[in-house]
Design a binder for this molecule. Structure first.
Ligand SMILES: [Mg+2]
Length: 297
């Protein structure tokens, strides 16, 4: 019989893989309908539930966008440095930007240009930095910081500030990281939900119940879209389908829903038909990264 600690380790690994792969699936599924409205999606697809690529980026099926690519940068840098190092992470982002990615957010590009010009690893607080570009790449931080709990907040906010410095972005990066850690630690669902309720009590901009239907790139809208979908469903596939069919910033709402739902339901809860579509190299790297990130700390 397997010892309970081996069982816990296996479950934790399954959930860490679910988190990273889940975010990538949300990105790949949502990218098809990014910037479409709910009614446009309905008219064109009925319910959008297949990984078919396309969208405004003309993606090949199973390919991912900046959400997953930047998460991979975060993970690679954490592994290289054995934890968060702002300079190395900024360098990793810049190296990625120079490859000419299929998409890059304007705040991200601006932040990386500031780093290149001035060497500063933290943006100044700015009222226009409330976009979801730091939230979309937070999953590896949550996994890596599991072994060093005192580091979580500093790492989540530190990675965010390379490009985004806004109190709401900071708050949601920390909260979603804590939710992922709650799932990886096998805490009851109520614990994860309480983190969301606490976030909303502190910052009503994140209210997800009732959900107001706005699915844009502002962190309040992105979180509410992703989390209301998680809250209203009881499996990964339904959560992601509900989420991306809201349209708007669907690749990123999908990635955020995917990282939380993937951590909760685990890799075993991810639909095989979607995993089979995910671009092979990305999938392989994410599976390996999940295991390596858990070893940090
Ligand atoms: Mg994207």
């Amino acid at each position: 019989m397997r010892s309970s600690s081996a069982g816990t380790k296996a479950l934790r690994l399954d959930r860490a893989r679910g988190c990273l792969l889940g975010a990538a699936l949300g990105d790949a599924l949502g990218a098809t309908v990014e910037f479409m409205s709910r009614s446009e999606i309905k008219a064109r697809y009925g319910v959008h539930k297949k990984i078919i690529g396309g969208g405004w980026l003309y993606l090949k099926p199973g390919y991912v966008t900046d959400d997953t690519q930047m998460s991979i940068c975060v993970a690679r840098s954490l592994l290289k440095c054995g934890g968060f190092d702002a300079v190395d992470m900024a360098d990793t982002f810049v190296e990625w930007m120079r490859t000419g990615p299929v998409d890059i957010g304007s705040t991200v590009a601006q932040g990386l240009r500031r780093y290149i010009a001035k060497g500063s690893v933290a943006a100044k607080e700015c009222q226009w930095h409330g976009g979801n570009g730091a939230l979309m790449r937070v999953a590896p931080i949550a996994i890596a910081a599991l072994g060093c709990p005192d580091s979580l907040e500093g790492w989540a906010v530190g990675q965010a500030h390379i490009t985004h410095n806004h109190p709401l972005s900071d708050a949601v990066c920390v909260a979603v990281s804590r939710m992922i850690q709650s799932a990886l630690s096998e805490k009851p669902l109520l614990d994860l939900l309480e983190i969301a309720h606490e976030l909303v009590r502190e910052h009503p901009e994140f209210t997800f119940r009732p959900y107001d239907g706005k699915a844009g790139g502002f962190v309040g809208e992105t979180f509410a879209t992703a989390f209301s979908s998680f809250y209203n469903t009881d499996n990964f596939e339904d959560c992601l389908v509900e989420c991306v069919n809201k349209g708007g910033d669907a690749d990123t709402t999908g990635a955020v829903a995917g990282m939380v739902a993937g951590a909760w339901y685990g890799a075993r809860g991810l639909p095989k038909k979607w995993l089979n579509k995910l671009e092979r190299n990305t999938k392989k790297e994410l599976i390996g990264l999940a295991e390596a990130l858990l070893e940090i700390g």
